[in-house]
Design a protein around this ligand. Structure first.
Ligand code: ATP
Ligand code: MG
Length: 392
């Protein structure tokens, strides 16, 4: 199954069970949101999940939502984490119980996507001093014959310190060569593809946890991870969705190790989507996330060869990604990549001089005051100074 068929299969499964398809939002959150980017499919639906007002369309919803997680930046390079990724989501706003969601989830994976049920494992909330174990989910999974592992923190879902939250049940698929061994927490070849959250609590700023007026269900399936499983690949980067990039990058900039190749692809592609959603580079907020993505990609490339230029990147992969997300900003993307590269090169040159002068004057290691001085007076961010110091 390719990307299109996978998305359609998910959406159709839920539509035929009474879910209304809603359009996914952009990566940009609303201005009063403390979080910079949409980080999960439920994120734009927060007011409806909290029950403050009814959703204008329906109580059963389905969509495909692009997400960005800065918290996963350091995971990028492994087989399953991306900065920008897509979440296929389904919701019940106080309509049907979590147990129905689990049964449908199993049906879709096995009958809809054709997965061998023997490759599935789930994790379930084992209870803590505030909320009892999720016995409802244990019953359903036992009935379906899926092995269960109980955890505590990993099976409690929240999108931040306050707001809607609840126990969840995560579905893992075995991606190893032989028959499955171990459990999701003991063997990384169990890859989490789908999370079913029983969103029935709300956390308040004072730490209080209260049941919501109605129990909701919120599920999120990682599109790229599902593609990896369906296409029998080793990593998300080997799926059809990334093909236009993997055809080009290793030939354009050969010699990177696997983690470096993945990072460059992920960060450039994520940067393209962020620009496509209207973000421009800056020293704060969303613009700084964009700047960091480009700089991290360049730092990796320049370790290989300081002469590499993003101007050499062909249009094709950029255009493919913009088309995929319904964006239209090829000339802007190209202009930003090249101007950010020029800016970063100039900053590095200035940085090297300033850091070595500062160092020879002060001797010892830099302290917080030095970092502040280099940042405020010379515009050198701390992470950049640290990497310059590591250069020797
Ligand atoms: P993990 O523990 O693997 O980082 P998570 O528990 O943070 O995942 P959830 O918040 O439950 O993930 O998100 C729902 C689904 O979205 C996951 O089951 C996974 O398929 C997908 N997903 C989450 N983070 C990423 C990411 N950085 N890149 C690609 N897919 C992701
Ligand atoms: Mg999860």
């Amino acid at each position: 199954m390719d990307t299109r068929q996978t998305i359609d299969t998910f959406i159709e499964f839920y539509r035929s069970r009474g879910h209304e398809r809603i359009t996914g939002s952009s990566l940009l959150t609303s201005p009063d949101d403390p979080v910079l980017f949409t980080s999960a499919g439920m994120h734009p639906l927060t007011p409806y999940l909290e029950g403050t007002r009814p959703h204008p369309s329906a109580r059963r919803l389905v969509n495909n939502q692009r997400c960005l997680r800065t918290t996963d930046l350091d995971e990028v390079g492994d087989p399953t984490h991306l900065t920008v990724f897509e979440m296929l989501g389904s919701w019940s706003l106080g309509d049907y119980p979590h147990s129905d969601s689990l049964r449908w989830g199993h049906e879709l994976l096995v009958d809809g996507f054709g997965l061998d049920p023997g490759r599935l494992h789930v994790t379930v909330f084992g209870g803590d001093d505030e909320v009892p174990p999720d016995t409802g989910s244990i019953e359903v999974w036992s009935d379906l014959g899926v092995p269960i592992e109980l955890t505590i923190e990993d099976n409690w879902w929240s999108n931040g310190p306050v707001g809607p939250c609840g126990p969840d049940s995560e579905i893992f698929v075995w991606t190893g060569n032989g028959p499955p061994v171990g459990t999701p927490t003991t063997d990384p070849r169990w890859v989490e593809v789908w999370n079913h959250v029983s969103m029935r609590y709300r956390r308040f700023p004072d730490g209080r946890l209260e049941p919501l007026p109605v129990s909701n269900v919120d599920t999120g399936m990682g599109l790229e991870r599902m593609l990896t499983v369906l296409q029998g690949r080793r990593s998300v980067f080997q799926t059809d969705l990334f093909r236009p990039w993997t055809l080009v990058l290793p030939r354009l900039w050969p010699g990177l190790d696997l983690a470096g190749e993945r990072l460059v692809l992920d960060h450039l592609r994520s940067g393209v989507v962020v620009v496509g959603d209207g973000v421009r580079p800056s020293n704060t907020g969303r613009g700084y996330v964009l700047r960091r993505l480009v700089r991290r990609a360049l730092t990796t490339l320049w370790r290989l060869d300081p002469g590499i230029s993003l101007g050499d990147l062909p249009d094709e992969p950029v255009r493919h990604t913009l088309d995929h997300f319904g964006q239209d900003s090829l000339p802007v993307v190209r202009e930003i990549l090249v101007s950010e590269e020029r800016r970063f090169r100039a900053l590095l040159e200035r940085g090297r001089t300033v850091v070595s002068r500062h160092r020879s004057r002060n001797g010892g290691p830099l302290d917080d005051g030095d970092f502040h001085y280099l940042h405020d007076t010379h515009g050198l961010p701390r992470d950049l100074v640290v990497s310059l110091l590591n250069e020797g």
